[in-house]
Design a protein around this ligand. Structure first.
Ligand SMILES: Nc1ncnc2c1ncn2[C@@H]1O[C@H](COP(=O)(O)OP(=O)(O)OP(=O)(O)O)[C@@H](O)[C@H]1O
Ligand SMILES: [Mg+2]
Length: 480
């Protein structure tokens, strides 16, 4: 399971909290401890100094050089009297380091202390001090000062005190630490809540939007906010969403085009098939007079011819649009090509009683001669169909700038402004030529447009002011 921002923040805060509580406690406790020890040592030192001074003064006064038992008894009495004022444990040792007086443990009188470093140092005439841990875990401080009589060490004033127990210290320390951590935990929770809200709100926003987007609503976008990183993420998401939306709408459009194409094709197939079937069924019934039978047979021939032309046209379109530059490219003279197209259509145009004339010339263009002839053939076919009997179709070849241009002009009804954007669509037939007897499937201009585009050219239709329609095809002229 992935942890949330909140969990991670909480973990981070807790680590910081515990670490800082620990660090601070250790620091302050050690400061406190060393301060206490320093103070205590000062006190032990001044008490033992006073004591050493007092013993030395008494001995000087009575002219003694060695601490005697009698002096020891007198000192015990004196210490007992001073007792309440002396908080420390006081011992007076003789010049050998043997206890003559002990304020706290009278039973310890006679014990030897000459082996402890502080006493050893005092026996040599200089102050000694030490810190040790006693058997019951307490920190004890020891200070020993020599009792100087006539410049010689006559004894030692030895003071000591235990400080706070280390265990007490640890317990106290743990308690404080616990309290600090607890405080930090509470703080961490509050901070985490606030911060994670602040940090993750824009992320949750983004996630919500992404879910909606994935659910199919491609119009949703995030409002970039929060930190710069999250903002960048939001921007990136929006860019991606724009792209996906565009692609999706293109796909939908493509899908619609395909569906329309299929329904158009089946619609185109239905008419000739119905005619062929009707004729064939009538013939099958028998009893058809010779003349009518011929009529039906010619219907079958004509309609099946139309079907095969439709199939050819669709195939041509498919090939051109799916082609990947494998056209056989040669230099093509458009005048010559127009001439061939006119000759090929002669039987048709003559049957329509339309004259086709060719004028002008242009530099060659690069392309596929047969395809270019098909372009001009389709345009001339349309023009001659639209032109009334006895009229003329003019094919003008010319050079304009760097382009070789062919215009096909007819004397027909012209072309409606609203049809112009559509005439190059597949299966499109303008209202005026809806009657199928005169027209084909509406693929001619779609083929023209596909071929022209594959030759880097353009094709346009326009009504002529003097009547009729002009189709203009332009190709880039071949250099040299
Ligand atoms: N010279 C023209 N004058 C007026 N309208 C035209 C002319 N040429 C084409 N059109 C219009 O454009 C439509 C599409 O032409 P297109 O050549 O693609 O199809 P078609 O001639 O009807 O059928 P097909 O060429 O497949 O046999 C025609 O039906 C017609 O309405
Ligand atoms: Mg046509």
């Amino acid at each position: 399971m992935r942890s949330s921002i909140r969990t991670r923040l909480l973990a981070a805060f807790l680590v910081v909290a515990v670490a800082s509580a620990l660090g601070l406690s250790v620091y302050f406790l050690s400061e406190l401890e060393s301060y206490g020890l320093r103070k205590l040592e000062e006190r032990l030192n001044s008490e033992s100094l006073v004591l050493a001074g007092m013993v030395a003064a008494q001995m000087n006064a009575s002219g003694e050089h060695v601490l005697s038992q009698g002096r020891a008894v007198a000192l015990r009495d004196e210490l007992a009297r001073l007792g309440p004022m002396i908080a420390t444990h006081v011992r007076i040792l003789d010049a050998e380091g043997v206890a003559l007086v002990d304020s706290a443990e009278p039973g310890d009188i006679g014990a030897r202390y000459d082996k402890t470093p502080e006493v050893a140092s005092a026996l040599e005439g200089t102050r000694g001090a030490a810190t040790r841990i006693t058997e019951n875990g307490r920190v004890a401080l020891y200070v020993a000062n020599p009792v100087m009589v006539n410049g010689r060490v006559a004894g030692v004033a030895y003071t000591s005190a235990t400080t706070f127990s280390i265990r007490t210290l640890l317990r106290d320390y743990r308690l404080r630490l616990g309290a600090a951590v607890l405080l930090f935990v509470v703080l961490a929770f509050v901070l985490t809540e606030v911060l994670s809200q602040w940090l993750s709100a824009p992320l949750r926003d983004l996630a919500r939007t992404a879910v909606a987007f994935a659910g199919g609503d491609h119009s949703v976008r995030v409002r970039p906010r929060g930190s710069s990183e999250i903002r960048a993420l939001g921007d990136a998401f929006n860019e991606m969403a724009d792209e996906v939306q565009t692609v999706m709408s293109e796909l939908t459009e493509e899908e619609r085009r395909k569906t329309r194409f299929v329904s158009d094709v089946s619609h185109e197939l239905r008419t000739p098939l119905t005619a062929i079937r009707g004729a064939a069924e009538t013939l099958l019934d028998g009893d058809v007079p010779e003349d009518d039978a011929r009529q039906f047979l010619s219907t079958i021939v004509r309609e099946s011819a139309r079907l095969s032309r439709l199939a050819n046209d669709l195939l041509t379109l498919q090939r051109i649009e799916g082609a990947t530059g494998e056209l056989p490219i040669t230099r093509v003279d458009l005048g010559e090509t127009a001439q061939h197209a006119i000759e090929g259509l002669a039987p048709l145009t003559e049957s329509r009683g339309v004259r086709v004339i060719l004028e002008g010339s242009a530099p060659p263009v690069l392309g596929d001669k047969d395809r270019l002839q098909q372009v001009l053939g389709n345009l001339i076919d349309n023009a001659s169909r639209m032109t009334p009997e006895g009229g003329t179709v003019r094919v003008l070849v010319s050079s304009e700038g760097r382009e070789s241009v062919v215009r096909v002009l007819d004397e027909g009804p012209g072309i409606a402004e609203e049809d112009i954007p559509h005439v190059f669509d597949r299966f499109y037939r303008a209202q005026a030529s809806r009657d199928r007897s005169s027209g084909g499937a509406g693929l001619g201009l779609a083929i023209v447009s596909a071929i022209v585009r594959s030759h880097a050219g353009t094709v346009a239709a326009a009504s002529r002011p003097e009547g009729g329609t002009a189709f203009t095809v332009r190709f880039p002229s071949a250099a040299g």
